[in-house]
Design a protein around this ligand. Structure first.
Ligand code: GDP
Length: 365
């Protein structure tokens, strides 16, 4: 599955956000640094209103949303790359996620201690980023001499690595993230994708604001948005405090509370959706009388890979995919009508799955 790692300095609201996300109390929020020690993984349903529409048309008894995993990663402090505090463990955990959700404290509260006694999300972000940059820099400085030696000996793979990761190393030395590396071709892209560089991962900044600022943000969140824009990263405004209150509410109560605050939807819905797009993911559907279900697959994935999300047998024995575009399904009013209108397509192995496709796989066992 696909994983987003929640990172940030201690006491910025990571655990509060994680708990709200997973609707569990697995990671206990407490007012002291190092509260979150083990990474906690939570599976979160991806909200998608299309699923209700499909279920209604197909007469499905049940709806199953697709899920995205969020990992609450232990607090990072200055000096992590030198092995201070929980730094090493943090860096190890963060290497395993696909995207980084970076929580920044954009709220004032004298009762809640800040690690450097000053509320400044931009400088907080830089503390975390510096540690990540230093860690990547150290890792590449160890690896590059080996590539150089092998490349001199004529090793093709090492030459590719040297070219692309050499470029990353230059960027890191200038204090820039490896994300800005431009692989020359597919070979370089592959080596880069496998490089496990932390600063190559996509980033979403979550501005954690007070209840009163949830609708429009504040000066601190505005500064974060500017930073995100300059870096080609994404940012969202969330009030972790509101989100944790929403968890315990019934649907109508939630809607009323959100309206009172001037919000259209929960901040978490936006975090989940942003995480989904950050990872370059898309959704396809399966449906029948039993259930309507959403599945996740990479953008650009071909039909057999999509089938493999459901079951490895579906991928191995793949014959074809009967496919209806979401709009056709809804406009025409279901599978038989779509079939009659010639909108149910027979797609083979090379078909690239499209967002919203309703698929039915034929396979050999
Ligand atoms: P973590 O160390 O980053 O995981 O931070 P926690 O989630 O444990 O939060 C630290 C403290 O800040 C807790 O006491 C939370 O209740 C509090 N907190 C979290 N978000 C907010 C917020 O939006 N406003 C205020 N005033 N307090 C918050």
């Amino acid at each position: 599955g696909f994983k987003c790692g929640i990172v940030g300095l201690p006491n910025v609201g990571k655990s509060t956000l994680f708990n709200a996300l997973t609707e569990t109390q697995a990671a206990q929020a407490a007012n002291y640094p190092f509260c979150t020690i083990e990474p906690n993984v939570g599976q979160v349903a991806v909200p998608d209103p299309r699923l209700q529409q499909i279920a209604k048309i197909a007469g499905s008894a049940k709806i199953i949303e697709t899920q995205l995993a969020f990992v609450d990663i232990a607090g990072l402090v200055k000096g992590a790359s030198q092995g201070e505090g929980l730094g090493n463990q943090f860096l190890g955990n963060i290497r395993e996620v696909d995207a980084i959700v970076h929580v920044l404290r954009c709220f004032e509260d004298d009762d809640i201690q800040h690690v450097s006694n000053k509320i400044d999300p931009i400088s907080d972000a830089e503390v975390v980023e510096t540690e990540l940059l230093l860690s990547d820099l150290e890792s590449l400085e160890k690896r590059v001499p080996g590539f150089e030696k092998k490349a001199r000996g004529g090793d093709k793979e090492a030459k590719v690595a040297l070219s692309v990761l050499g470029q990353s190393l230059e960027l890191l030395r200038e204090g820039k993230p490896a994300r800005l590396t431009e692989p020359k071709d597919e070979e370089e892209q592959r080596v880069f994708d496998q490089s496990q560089l932390i600063t190559a991962k996509p980033v979403l900044y979550v501005c954690n604001v007070d209840e009163g600022d949830a609708a429009n943000g504040n000066a601190m969140s505005a500064a974060v948005f500017e930073k995100a824009k300059a870096e080609g990263a994404e940012a969202v405004i969330v009030s972790a405090a509101i989100e944790s209150e929403l968890v315990g509410m019934a649907a109508d109560e939630r809607a009323e509370y959100l309206a009172e605050l001037g919000l259209e939807e929960s901040g978490l819905a936006r975090v989940i959706r942003a995480g989904y797009s950050l990872l370059n993911l898309q959704t396809f559907f399966t449906c029948g009388p039993k259930e309507a279900r959403a599945w996740t697959v990479h953008k650009g994935a071909k039909a057999p890979e999509a089938a493999g999300e459901i079951h490895t047998d579906f991928q191995r024995g793949f014959i074809k995919a009967e496919t209806i575009a979401f709009d056709d399904y809804v406009t025409l009013g279901g599978e038989s009508a779509a079939r009659e209108a010639g909108k149910l397509r027979q797609e083979g192995k090379e078909y690239v799955a499209q967002d919203g496709d309703i698929m039915n796989f034929k396979f050999n066992v």
